[in-house]
Design a protein around this ligand. Structure first.
Ligand code: SDX
Length: 393
């Protein structure tokens, strides 16, 4: 019994850990960070405020938030030599490859906070990661488009810095639009944690071996890059673009999805836990329409996504399988409207998910009884065989 719900024995057998960070009720479509409903946080909090909540367990006072934000802001600038790493990648390298390498490299540049046992080093590394991530992600985008890197500015907020580092150039200052900043605060909050998903479980498993926090976070980025996981936000836009480019009728595409032999999936739909509408998708859908109008981006793909959702939600194949839109279904439309190329969408997911990974990694390390992760298996292979000389095989 966790207080919130009584777990049946079967569930307990599959549970990989106990945690007090994020609560999901997949049947009811409920998501809470440290007990706060995602709907309230998405609408009222800032991303750094939620990062504080996830990591330390309580919403910060103004003084705590100012101190936390200041420490993060002073760690946004990267070691100059890290730029050489970016310049060594080919132009078409995927931003998630560059980001995973950048985080690993960060650990090499900050070897004085690699300890997993010294709380002061874990705190410093957490702040370093939170500060560097927007710069690492923005530089991955800049190097992919061949534009020069800007420097972060302590006078700007976290999201403002990220947007300016991504879209500003030495020729033209990036004009901060408060509506766009608010939308990205909400988007990053919605991605901030999600209990034991594939990338968070990866972070925990790698961390359980006492690998340093940078190695654990870099592993999380690699797991998240998979199209079945965070990579789905890129795959959704590629799916919509294919439907559009091939002039497919929505019903025609949905019948391809239902034909198992086609191997075609409705990307952005379905979830391991949610068997109801993903509460995050609901919130993002509302922002998509408002932001596309604001940026003047064409609504064609949004209209297509809305028709796709409507068709699927009224089709028995999806109803019987409890397949609903998940967090990735609408995000790509917003990121593209903002000017990000599809290849960069999952780096945005990683930026949002970082505080959750850090909180989960620290929660695991705070447990004095913790053990190294060691999943077992059901062995179904041959046993007790005798070696035969090669000329007798
Ligand atoms: C994220 O875990 C998390 O919390 C992840 C995440 C987070 O915040 O960290 O929420 C982020 O990863 C969201 C998911 C993004 N991925 C996608 O949108 C990719 C498309 N979705 C699917 O690949 C799939 O739904 C998964 C991978 C998300 C879940 O896979 P499962 O567990 O195999 O799905 P399931 O057991 O619920 O499937 C039941 C049936 C199966 O068909 P049958 O064998 O019963 O005939 O539904 C089918 C599946 O084949 N199905 C789909 C489908 N998803 C499931 N059919 C078509 N299109 C889909 N998208």
């Amino acid at each position: 019994t966790t207080g919130a719900t009584t777990l049946d024995p079967g569930f307990v057998n599959t549970a990989s850990c106990t945690s007090a960070i994020t609560f999901i009720d997949g049947d009811e479509g409920i998501l809470q960070y440290r007990g706060y409903p995602i709907e309230q946080l998405a609408e009222k909090a800032t991303f750094i405020e939620v990062a504080y909540l996830l990591i330390y367990g309580e919403l910060p006072t103004q003084e705590q938030l100012d101190r936390f934000s200041g420490k993060i802001s002073r760690r946004m600038m990267l070691d100059e030599r890290l730029k050489e790493l970016y310049r060594s990648f080919p132009r078409g390298a995927h931003p998630m490859q560059v980001l995973a390498a950048g985080i690993m490299a960060l650990g090499a540049f900050h070897r004085d906070n690699l300890s997993v046992h010294d709380p002061a080093q874990v705190e410093e590394a957490s702040l370093r990661l939170l500060g560097s991530m927007p710069t690492l992600a923005a530089y991955a985008y800049k190097s992919s488009v061949g534009e020069p890197f800007l420097y972060p500015q302590t006078r700007l907020g976290y999201v403002e810095n990220y947007l300016r580092l991504s879209f500003g150039t030495p020729q033209e200052e990036y004009e901060i639009d408060p509506d766009i900043v608010r939308a990205f605060e909400t988007l990053f909050i919605l991605h901030a944690d999600h209990e034991q998903n594939a990338s968070t479980s990866t972070v925990r498993l790698v961390g359980s071996a006492d690998a340093n926090i940078y190695a654990s976070m870099s592993s999380g980025v690699n797991a998240l890059s998979g199209p079945l996981h965070g990579g789905a936000n890129q795959a959704v836009l590629e799916m919509l673009a294919r439907i559009n480019d091939e002039g497919l009728d929505i019903k025609e595409f949905v019948s391809q999805v239902k034909d198992k032999k086609s191997g075609v999936k409705l990307m952005g739909f379905g979830h391991r836990v949610y068997k109801n509408y993903d509460p995050r998708a609901k919130i993002i859908k509302g922002h998509a329409d408002q932001l596309l109008r604001k940026t003047g981006a064409s609504n064609a793909l949004l209209d297509m996504a809305l028709e796709l959702e409507e068709t699927a939600l009224n089709d028995d194949y999806f109803i019987e399988r409890k397949l609903y839109p998940n967090v990735d279904f609408y995000t790509g439309l917003i990121y593209e409207a903002m000017g990000f190329p599809a290849q960069h969408f999952t780096a945005l997911f990683a930026l949002g998910r970082l505080p959750g990974w850090i909180a989960q990694w620290r929660e695991q390390h705070a447990d004095p009884a913790r053990k190294i992760g060691r999943p077992r298996q059901i062995y179904v292979g041959e046993k007790d065989r005798t070696y035969s000389p090669i000329n007798e095989r």
